[in-house]
Design a binder for this molecule. Structure first.
Ligand SMILES: [Zn+2]
Length: 56
């Protein structure tokens, strides 16, 4: 993981703790990568996974 990604994940975690909606994350906590790089992962289309719902 590069430092830029690690910093972005940490920032998203902090923002989410501060009240930001999970949909607004730019990174994926589950996959530890950029959200856009794993948006098509089946895990994100599974209704049982509610912390990172795929945009309709
Ligand atoms: Zn992901």
């Amino acid at each position: 993981m590069d430092k830029k990604l690690a910093a972005a994940i940490q920032r998203d975690n902090d923002l989410e703790d501060a009240g930001m909606h999970g949909d607004d994350r730019r990174t994926c906590w589950t996959h530890q990568t950029w959200a856009e790089e794993c948006a098509d992962n089946p895990m994100h289309t599974n209704p049982s996974v509610s912390h990172y719902p795929r945009p309709a």
